[in-house]
Structures are given as C-alpha cells and as structure tokens.
Design a protein around this ligand. Sequence first.
Ligand SMILES: CCCCCCCC/C=C\CCCCCCCC(=O)SCCNC(=O)CCNC(=O)[C@H](O)C(C)(C)COP(=O)(O)OP(=O)(O)OC[C@H]1O[C@@H](n2cnc3c(N)ncnc32)[C@H](O)[C@@H]1OP(=O)(O)O
Length: 229
Amino acid sequence: MVLAMLRGCRRLLHKSKTLYTYRIQHQETTISSCYYSVRHHCPTEELRDFGLPNTTWSQNLRNLYNKFMELSKTGGWTRIPSHNTIAHHLEGDPLETGIGKRMFLRNLDSDGLGFEYCMFYNKDERRMVCLFQPGPYLEGPPGYAHGGCIATIIDSTAGAGAVYTCGSVMTANLNITYHKPVPLGSTLFVESHVDKIQGRKVYSSCHIQSYDGVILHAEATALFIKANQ
Ligand SMILES: CCCCCCCC/C=C\CCCCCCCC(=O)SCCNC(=O)CCNC(=O)[C@H](O)C(C)(C)COP(=O)(O)OP(=O)(O)OC[C@H]1O[C@@H](n2cnc3c(N)ncnc32)[C@H](O)[C@@H]1OP(=O)(O)O
C-alpha cells in the first residue's frame, strides 16, 4: 500500500514540472550540478531503518518509544519504518535518480545532530504520532529549535498521517502557532489527526508537546491535497 502511495507521490511530483525539472541558469551553474556535489559528499546506499533507537536517544525518547512499541503489540498502533531516501522506501522500484537523493529529515550522516524521530500510526483513529528529539544542528534562537524545523516536523507528521490515511498528498496550506520555544535535545511528542476529508482535500490538525504533555509548544492546522487518480 505504501508503495502505491509513493508511486502516487511521484506522479504528483512529475505533474508539478516546476518541482521536478526545475533548472536555474546562473553563470552556467545548474541545480543539477549542485545536486551531484551533494551526492558525492553524502553517499547513502545502505538500507537502514532510522526509526529504531540509537545511542543518541535520550531516556525520555526511549521510554516513549517503548510505550508505543507496547501499544503496537495489542493492535491500534503501528511503527512506521524510516529510510533516508525515497528510493529505499520504493523497494525494487527506485526512481531513475532516486538513490542519490536524501529525504530532508534524514539528510545528516551522524545520528543525533538533526532530526531524530520515529513515527507510529493508528489507522482507526487516523492519528500519527512522532517522537522527536531536535539535535544541535537545528538551532534557531540560542539553545532552541529553529521555527522552520518545527514546521518541518509538523508538516512531515501531519503529511505522513494524511498519506497513511488516504494515499499520496501534497501540502497546500500549513498554519502554525508557536506557543513556547522548543529546547534542543528535548523529547517532543508530536501528534496529528486527520479531521476531515472533502473530495481531494484532507484537513489535519497537529500539536507539539513536551514528552510529558506538560508544555504545549506549538499547534497547527494543515490542508493536504490528494493526488489525482
Ligand atoms: C513525500 C512522500 C514521502 C514518503 C515517505 C514514506 C513514508 C512516510 C513517511 C513520511 C511522509 C512524509 C510526508 C511528506 C510531507 C511533506 C509534504 C510536502 O512537503 S509537499 C511539498 C510542499 N507543497 C507543494 O510544493 C505543493 C505545491 N502546490 C501544488 O503542487 C498544487 O497547488 C496542489 C497539488 C497542492 C494542488 O494543485 P491541483 O492542481 O492538484 O489541485 P487544485 O485544483 O488546485 O486544488 C484542489 C482543491 O484544493 C483546493 N486548494 C488547493 N490549494 C489550496 C490552498 N492553498 N488553500 C485552500 N484550498 C486549496 C482548491 O481550491 C480545490 O478545491 P475544490 O476541489 O475546488 O473545492
């Protein structure tokens, strides 16, 4: 099913030619030449599930992970595997150039520096939970996460929730209210819910709390558009 969703995503991206075949001509330099230098410096051929615990995970992150793994045993919640390229998600059907590209959230080579996270999905409740630990390379204000990376984790959690609920989507709109700064290295509980599906429009809501639910860091609403079938 995920494979079909991803193929749908690819169709949607092909449709958006500006996204897929965009080239900036600037003194004979093109985006694709930059891309090849990124590829050269970030070889990433190995298949690895990054949604599994590693040594950089805090105890709070491990505790939440264990809690959701327990919940997964009784049904309801399912852990979502996480690779660092779309090509690795598309087992046996990599994009023509997919293997050299990185998913934005998995683009650093060292664990713990950027987005450390894992996701769990509840189909019946149309909820996606992301357990998130922002690393030191996501700094915005001193000691705190950049608002853009908070937007990224919200978009990805709600986007993944929409994808798992109803197939390929693109984000059309994202509104975020930032309530409290997010300390780097803290453990966050990100939760999204698909509130309403209206034709191709998927309305979701999302919030970020501290791991213990005491602090509400941010709230968001999002509109995703399903791929044309
Ligand atoms: C990537 C997959 C990874 C999978 C990994 C595997 C495991 C899963 C784990 C992790 C998943 C991570 C999930 C990723 C999450 C991140 C997603 C992104 O970052 S997406 C990039 C940023 N977004 C764009 O670049 C969109 C740019 N915009 C567009 O391409 C188009 O505008 C698009 C597709 C959104 C809509 O274009 P149209 O031509 O298909 O559709 P039209 O006819 O314009 O709209 C359809 C309906 O939606 C409304 N609509 C469209 N945009 C709207 C807006 N901004 N506000 C309100 N309504 C809007 C329209 O009014 C229309 O409504 P009426 O059916 O007539 O009622």
